[in-house]
Design a protein around this ligand. Structure first.
Ligand code: SF4
Length: 410
């Protein structure tokens, strides 16, 4: 993935619209018609789309989305089965599903099974009966549009394509309300200090995504952001002229920042902010306490949401295991194992883990994060994130959560 520019909307912040259906229902043509992009070569031969294809676009008046074209759910053979598996995995990041049904054929058992999957996962869906230009009324095998979330379309003639876009935007507005990152915690002209270490682990010439997004959200709230390195924090605080309302730090320097900062200033981390932004603050805070209950022979999974941001790797694969080993040394006598997962390779079977420590997940969609949470819950495995684990091991988790408590009671 190319470096993120400040003007582009990160993929994780875009609403993900997945197009699903049998082969040869015209999914790719429909995605082309909706996006106005002719990226995929579309043919009448079954199974032209092999891997999921992502197309970012602005869906007006809703906002930034990613349209995902997937392989047919009725694909066959060894390779076909793998493609179907990949299609099902797309469900984990899908916010709104569009089931594309061939209008000349009507709804089939495959389509109904797919609807069951949407319902199981709580994914809002729309049914688009494509090839409406070819369908003769009364000649179809199954049921045809009858509800508010069903629509006749034709990718070939352009029939109802705008209506489909409006329908998707309506569902997206209703089912994916935006959540603030930090703007609800501050008021106009509040001073907020962001602590960002710059070292060999930092990307060259830019801030990472959670930092960019936090600054943007603070701008939106009319707050004043000051960004400093951990090494300059003490000097910056004494030269600012007033106490900040809040300090947000990179987790790696949590304990240093906590030591430098006056007790009455709110402190939290980027990863804790994003845990709340994605809706799972309490659960991850509870998971951090599992660090106190780890025993000899336990295995901890350290999971990261992407593979391309190398700056998170040293903390995930080197520092965090060392800190956890040191913190639990009395109980585990160093006999603790670590396994690592990154990108889309989140293990399906989590039963062998005693704890999952996940990165901030800034590149993951809310639904993917929820899916990982649900998997952990299904297997009865506590889950926390880097920021909370580090804060807890440094005895500052309670302090890191105070700013949210105040905003809740207020
Ligand atoms: S590893 Fe996690 S926190 Fe780091 S950039 Fe990737 S998704 Fe974001």
């Amino acid at each position: 993935m190319p470096p993120m520019s400040l003007s582009s909307t990160p993929s994780a912040n875009r609403t993900h619209i997945g197009f699903f259906g049998k082969r040869n229902t015209g999914k790719s043509s429909l995605v082309n018609a909706v996006t106005g992009q002719n990226v995929a070569i579309v043919s009448d031969i079954k199974g032209t789309t092999t891997d999921p294809v992502l197309r970012p676009m602005e869906l007006l008046p809703f906002g930034p989305v990613v349209m995902i074209d997937t392989a047919g759910i009725d694909d066959e053979g060894e390779l076909g089965t793998l493609r179907v598996k990949r299609t099902y995995r797309v469900l984990n990041k899908t916010d709104i599903a569009v089931l594309v049904v061939d209008a000349t054929e009507g709804m089939t058992a495959y389509d109904r099974a797919m609807i069951d999957r949407f319902r199981d996962k709580g994914i809002p869906y729309i049914v688009a009966y494509n090839k409406a230009d070819l369908a003769r009324p009364g000649s179809q095998a199954g049921s045809l549009p009858s509800g508010p979330d069903e629509i006749w379309v034709s990718a070939k003639t352009g029939m109802n394509i705008d209506a489909l876009k409006e329908l998707i935007a309506r569902r997206a507005r209703r089912d994916t309300p935006p959540r603030p990152i930090v703007s609800d915690l501050v008021s106009l002209l509040d001073l907020v200090v962001l602590v960002v270490p710059v070292d060999e682990g930092s990307p060259k010439g830019r801030l990472i995504l959670p930092q960019q997004q936090t600054i943007r959200d603070l701008l939106e709230a009319g707050a004043v952001s000051v960004v400093v390195k951990d090494t300059e924090l003490a000097g910056a605080l004494s030269s600012l002229g007033r106490k900040p309302r809040l300090v947000i730090t990179d987790s790696r320097v949590f304990s240093h920042v906590s030591a430098v900062l006056a007790e009455d200033v709110y402190l939290t981390s980027f990863s804790i902010l994003f845990a709340r932004h994605k809706g799972y603050l309490d659960r991850l805070a509870d998971g951090a306490f599992m660090l106190d209950r780890l025993s000899e022979g336990d295995t901890v999974l350290i999971a990261e949401g992407c593979t391309h941001h190398r700056q998170c790797n040293d903390i995930g694969t080197v520092k965090l295991p060392a800190w956890i080993k040191a913190y639990t040394a009395k109980k585990t006598r160093g006999n603790l194992s670590f396994e690592f997962a990154s990108g889309g390779d989140f293990p399906e079977d989590l039963s062998r883990y005693s704890l999952i420590v996940h990165c901030g997940g800034c590149m993951l969609t809310e639904r993917e994060v929820r899916y990982r949470q649900a998997c952990a819950k299904d297997h009865g495995v506590p889950i926390t994130n880097y920021g909370m684990a580090i804060a807890h091991m440094n005895g500052i988790l309670e302090r890191s959560l105070e700013v949210f408590r105040e905003s809740r009671s207020g």
